[in-house]
Design a protein around this ligand. Structure first.
Ligand SMILES: [Zn+2]
Length: 372
């Protein structure tokens, strides 16, 4: 059996299987179940957040033999044909790859003819802002006087480029980027079902690299599983992404806690050998400091079982944690201004040492002599 990529294999076929976008699902479900369905919808949002997936489920909801319903049966011949991408009355047009082609205009002009099999003829036009001028005019003409059997589901990553004449005729839904937690949750679910072993750090790192797009996240997950030979380990995920392992970042904090400049610089040297993205290392550092502070101030409420962090939380003064965090965040912002990213990174860590309050001297920044 050939390998099917995860994003395709796990593409939701029901609204209930979608990750996020609850506001959209709720509104569409109400419309479907209440029988008041507008003729044109516009889904906007960045790549890989579910625009065409939602549009396909919606097309199924409209045409299911047991519908219209917000819970299409998934087993009638129409539902199955839509899932397999071969339903005659669902016309999918990818405007990004079809601009200037005449038949798109013809296809839209054909909207006036009744559907062959279904209740509704559904046009799903992806990246609609890229339609050719002729196709756009045909679309506009049909939107102005839509035949009762036609539904338009338009999707775009760039709604600014759509003319107001189109925008004003659509019900608009703005899809949100997914949070890292939502992406982690779905990865955990999929890996469990696929019986792939993994550690938490690896999926956290992948979900952050996905940058709000579940599809990108799942494609990274495919790559990571291939890299790891069917398993998922943080070290391999980091080497694949060019990011730095949390354990190495923790060692930096250990050197800071010990007020040991020589060790700190040695660890920077060690990390630099991997030619990492120093901005990511600063992010990781800030993230760890956040967890340490939570541990310090809300010890009873946090379930952070990480032994290394528990130890650091006991050894670093809570005010220093705040200071380190501030320095990490501003250093990340200033990184492009540094003579080199490595220098910017190194100076940030040295600044943490230089400004850390001397024990007993209060919060006054002092230039403590370095013992190197
Ligand atoms: Zn059905």
């Amino acid at each position: 059996m050939s390998y099917q990529v995860l994003a395709r294999k796990w593409r939701p076929r029901q609204f209930s299987e979608l990750v996020g976008q609850e506001h959209v699902v709720r509104a569409l479900s109400h419309a479907l179940d209440g029988g008041r369905i507008h003729h044109a919808f516009l889904f906007t949002g960045t790549r890989g957040v579910g625009k065409t997936t939602i549009a396909r489920i919606f097309a199924k909801s409209l045409n299911c033999e047991k519908g219209p319903t917000s819970q299409p049966c998934g087993t009638c011949s129409i539902c199955m044909e839509i899932d397999q991408g071969r339903f005659v009355d669902l016309l999918e047009i990818d405007a990004a790859s079809n601009t200037g082609i005449d038949n798109v205009r013809d296809l839209i002009d054909n909207a006036q003819y009744t559907p062959a099999r279904g209740r509704h003829k559904v046009y799903l036009i992806d990246e609609v802002h890229m339609l050719s001028k002729a196709a756009f005019n045909a679309l506009l003409k049909t939107l102005e006087e839509p035949p009762a059997h036609v539904k338009f589901l338009l999707a775009t990553t760039d709604p600014q480029k759509l003319p107001i004449t189109v925008l004003s005729r659509c019900i608009k839904f703005n899809l949100k980027r997914l949070t890292p937690e939502q992406i982690v949750g779905q990865m955990r679910h999929i890996l469990g079902a696929e019986a792939v072993s993994f550690d938490e750090e690896s999926i956290e790192v992948l979900s952050r690299a996905a940058d709000g797009s579940l599809r990108d996240g799942l494609s990274l997950l495919d790559q990571a599983i291939a890299h790891g030979g069917g398993r998922l380990f943080a070290a391999e995920v980091h080497s694949m992404l060019g990011t730095v392992e949390r354990a190495k970042v923790k060692v930096l904090l250990e050197a800071l806690a010990a007020n040991d400049a020589a060790r700190l610089l040695a660890e920077v040297e060690h990390i630099a050998e991997f030619a990492p993205d120093f901005a990511q290392v600063l992010d990781e550092l800030a993230g760890l400091l956040h967890r340490i502070q939570l541990r310090q101030l809300l010890a009873e409420a946090t379930h952070d079982e990480d032994a290394g962090l528990v130890g650091l939380a006991a050894r670093i003064d809570p005010r220093e944690v705040q200071l380190y965090y501030q320095i990490a965040v501003s250093a990340r912002r200033d990184l492009p201004l540094a003579p080199s990213v490595r220098v910017g990174f190194e100076m940030a860590l040295l600044r943490m040492l230089a400004f850390a309050p001397v024990a007993g001297a209060g919060a006054v920044p002092s230039s403590r002599p370095m013992t190197a």
